[in-house]
Design a binder for this molecule. Structure first.
Ligand code: GLU
Length: 523
């Protein structure tokens, strides 16, 4: 057999945002398409009229584009100067394909693979109740309208009952399906009832529309969640009834929460794709983390690029067991990516998070200061949304957290050390605090790189020179560096952690440093 061009698809229903599970399904289809040199199709399963919205659709498209999961065919969309979608196998929205479904329903009714069932919802509920009461091993539709005569049908129609169209399943047949992840699985059709293809009114249900579309869009591989495994059996029989071979199936296991239960959007750290974007998670990190939910790049490497994933991806190496969502690992991954950025990229990405702390126009007016400030924190954040809390002490006098209070109170002489340090700083040519004229300092000193420590203006002090003067004072006070630094850092920054001590003092600048030291010091 000549192998057809690989064609894969992601088929979301636009009934909500793009969650982790959907993003992973899309990604595995995309990665397999790219690794096989095939096409990746986006098909919109919008037959649930009550719940489908254009808003959800746009959120899904934007989420995929943000993750870099680009589609060759499907809804047209532009993001970041790139266009997605189009294609010759559409329409790619199911609600635009109703004529096609109607034609195939007629074909299946004529061939006997489908039939009209006039059971009312009440009758079906009654049947179900009876099966339950009898503790039947099979709960479902019992095929009672499979072989109605023309007269019986006419009678039902005369009563005004609109039929469901059902697919006629074989009674007792073992269907062997080959799943690219689970291997060969056998399912007896006795477990599955004659399922509804089309409800009254002509709107098709999922299994039917999905197969028609997979045929028309020439889909060769279907990767989707394991909740669709039995649908795969139903779909395969419909493919055969329509004279087509079914695609290769791969059903990927659930994503689990840390306790091993099904992951829910209420579990900590679980967000939809665009929420991650809006919180400042790097797209490449979220992509990388999602890829790992069920698949591994190599035993000793978790961080990889999209291209590396495509080169290494094999659907058969997706695990059979559910992958656990681990928010700490996701955040660690974000930090790993942030550290790979250039300082300029980090500044650009940080702006939206930091600018709200500042007065209008202050971002541009203090570019050198902010560059130095953010350079200190690029190594110290996992998420950009941490930046406001980490930087606030540079702009306003901080309240002391518990650790800072403890450090301030540890030594009875600490207030004197603070006062002595205020005296020292007051007499030095330390840069002014944020908002003051720091041009001579900030344009020359690039934190955190002491090698570049070369001030442009004569006499302008550097963090290293500040360090020398501070050490001399500590020696004079006859105490250890650690004893001195902890209460001073507490008074200056309001906390006990942060970047290098001299970088912090230098950046905070003279006015604020002296003011805070005096506030907590005693001569
Ligand atoms: N619309 C279905 C879903 O979102 C698609 C399933 C499939 O890929 O066949 O679950």
């Amino acid at each position: 057999m000549i192998h057809p061009t690989p064609r894969l698809r992601f088929a979301p229903s636009p009934t909500g945002p793009l969650h982790l599970g959907g993003a992973r399904t899309a990604m595995y289809n995309w990665a397999l398409a790219r690794s096989l040199g095939g096409a990746f199709v986006l098909r919109i399963e919008d037959t649930d009229r009550a719940r489908s919205t254009d808003e959800s659709l746009q959120i899904i498209l934007a989420g995929l584009a943000w993750l870099g999961i680009d589609w060759d065919e499907g809804p047209e969309f532009t993001a970041g100067g790139r266009s997605f979608g189009g294609g010759d196998f559409g329409p790619y929205f199911q609600m635009q394909r109703l004529d096609r479904y109607a034609a195939l329903v007629e074909q299946l009714l004529a061939s006997g693979h489908a039939y009209k069932c006039y059971c009312t919802p009440e009758e079906l509920a009654e049947l179900r109740a009876e099966q339950k009461a009898a503790k039947s091993s099979f709960i479902g539709y019992d095929g009672r309208h499979r072989d109605l005569t023309a007269e019986q049908r006419a009678e039902k129609e005369a009563q005004g009952i609109q039929p469901n169209i059902r697919f006629r399943m074989p009674d007792d047949e073992v269907v062997r399906v080959h799943d690219l992840i689970r291997g060969d699985v056998e399912v007896n059709t006795k477990q599955l009832d004659d399922w509804v293809m089309v409800r009254p009114g002509g709107v098709p249900l999922y299994n039917f529309a999905c197969v028609v579309d997979d045929i028309d869009m020439k889909i060769t591989h279907v990767v989707r969640g394991e909740e669709h495994f039995l649908n795969g059996v139903k779909q395969r029989l419909l493919f055969e009834a329509l004279g087509h071979e079914c695609p290769q199936y791969a059903h990927i296991p659930l994503i689990l929460n840390p306790k091993g239960g099904k992951l829910s959007k209420r579990d900590p750290g679980v967000k939809s794709t665009l929420e991650y974007r809006d919180l400042g998670y790097p797209a490449a990190a979220v992509f990388n983390y999602i890829a790992l939910l069920g698949w591994g790049f190599s035993a000793d490497r978790d961080v990889f690029t999209r291209d590396e994933m495509v080169a290494a991806f094999q659907i058969g190496s997706v695990g059979k067991a559910g992958a656990k969502f681990d928010v700490d690992k996701l955040h660690w991954m974000c930090g790993e990516y942030i550290r790979t950025w250039s300082l300029d990229d980090f500044l650009t990405a940080s702006r939206g998070h930091v600018e709200p702390l500042l007065a209008d126009g202050a971002w541009d007016a203090n570019a050198g200061f902010l560059r130095n400030a953010l350079a200190l924190f690029q190594e110290r954040v996992q998420l950009l949304s941490e930046l406001p809390d980490k930087l606030r002490w540079l702009f306003e006098d901080p309240a002391l957290d518990a650790a800072a209070q403890k450090n301030l109170g540890k030594h009875a002489d600490a207030p004197q050390w603070l006062a002595a340090y205020a005296d020292l700083l007051e007499g030095m040519d330390l840069p002014p605090s944020f908002g003051g004229d720091r041009a001579a300092f900030d344009t020359a000193v690039r934190l955190p790189s002491p090698e570049d420590d070369a001030p442009a203006a004569a006499g302008a002090l550097t963090p290293n020179q500040l360090g020398d003067a501070t050490r001399a004072l500590i020696a004079e006070l006859g105490i250890k560096f650690g004893q001195f630094v902890h209460p001073v850092r507490a008074a200056l920054t309001g906390t006990n952690k942060g970047p290098g001590f001299f970088d912090c003092v230098w950046l905070l600048g003279k006015d604020a440093a002296v003011r805070r030291l005096r506030a907590h010091g005693r001569a």
